[in-house]
Design a protein around this ligand. Sequence first.
Ligand code: V47
Ligand code: SF4
Length: 369
Amino acid sequence: METILKSDISDDLKQIAQKVFEGKRISVAEGILLYEKAELGYLAVLANFVREKLHGKKTYFNRNFHIEPTNICIYSCKFCSYVRKIGQEGAWEYDLAGIEELAHKHKAANPTEVHIVGGVHPKRDLHYYGEMIQRIKAILPDVHVKAFTAVELEFMIKKAKMTLADGLKKLKEYGLDSIPGGGAEIFAPEIRTQVCDEKSTAEMWLEIHQTAHEVGLPSNATILYGHIESYAHRIDHLQRLRELQDKTGGFNTFIPLKYRNQNNSLSELGEVSTLEDLRNFAVSRIFLDNISHLKAYWPMLGKEKAQLSLSFGVDDIDGTIDDSTKIYSMAGVEDEKPQMTTNELVDLIKSANFEAVERDTLYNVIKKY
Ligand code: V47
Ligand code: SF4
């Protein structure tokens, strides 16, 4: 740290380092400056300082699987490789019996979490998904149900003609335990309207998460980066999350999702470099001083890059997955069958000199390795 403060870097970057070491919040302008001017090694030192202050060397993972009930969606986000319309080739929709089969199939792996995420199906409302949760919990009574992006929630609650608060309370009664971070994409309207014009607005996404926190449902947050957004747009996104977190404290984890470019309408854009991924993790860790955890979602990033990210502020690499998600293989990620055993996750973490900790969804420690 001393070296950073004395070294040959600009005064504005030194001031940012000073603030970070003193535990002070950095401003929007300083966040943009970090993206634009700071070298990777410099970002790594600052991000790792924040990470170690919060979590030491602990690196979290869980035993989870996904259920993707359907890829049929009323929207057509330009970055989405997974969406299909009713009757289109490649469309799928599980009925409730099919969902029960999936729960049975994954039971043997003894998961602590099921993550449910899918398209916004035109015919299904809150009560259908409520029954889905109940049937899953009848098979897996102790599993934590982390389900439905704000975009799916907005539609299913409106379709059931309920207010946001009543809809979320009702889902909680059905057994919903928390909300995943998807659907946030990028909040800045000038970019959001270009990449996902039709789906929930930024304001609606934030209102749903605020309401969820108020009714006692914790949640995660994401950003979709590496397409047509600028650094200022990324910081604007982080700033809106930081503001909401100041109000509610309901976010557990922030998950930057790298735009993957196969089989979608933005394919010609290409993908950003690993260097950019690491810079993005580091700036997120430094800027978001009030969200405890930073996750590298390995099915999206790849195992080795997820491991590398642990030195750039990341303290969580998601879970075993058990080959249960198609979102990323359809967008071009090499790993066609995403699954890791507990031992593989532990090895990945330990071989990078971090401490592996199995957690539940809310970061209660299950086992230290
Ligand atoms: O909102 C869609 C993203 C998200 C692409 O809360 C894409 O723990 C990259 O939110 N390239 C859904 N990303 C997944 C999600 C998530 C994943 C893991 C953990 C958690 C959590 C949440 O997937 C969507 C969208 O941003 N996405 N297409 C693509 N081509
Ligand atoms: Fe639908 Fe989600 Fe794909 Fe957008 S990202 S088209 S909301 S499934």
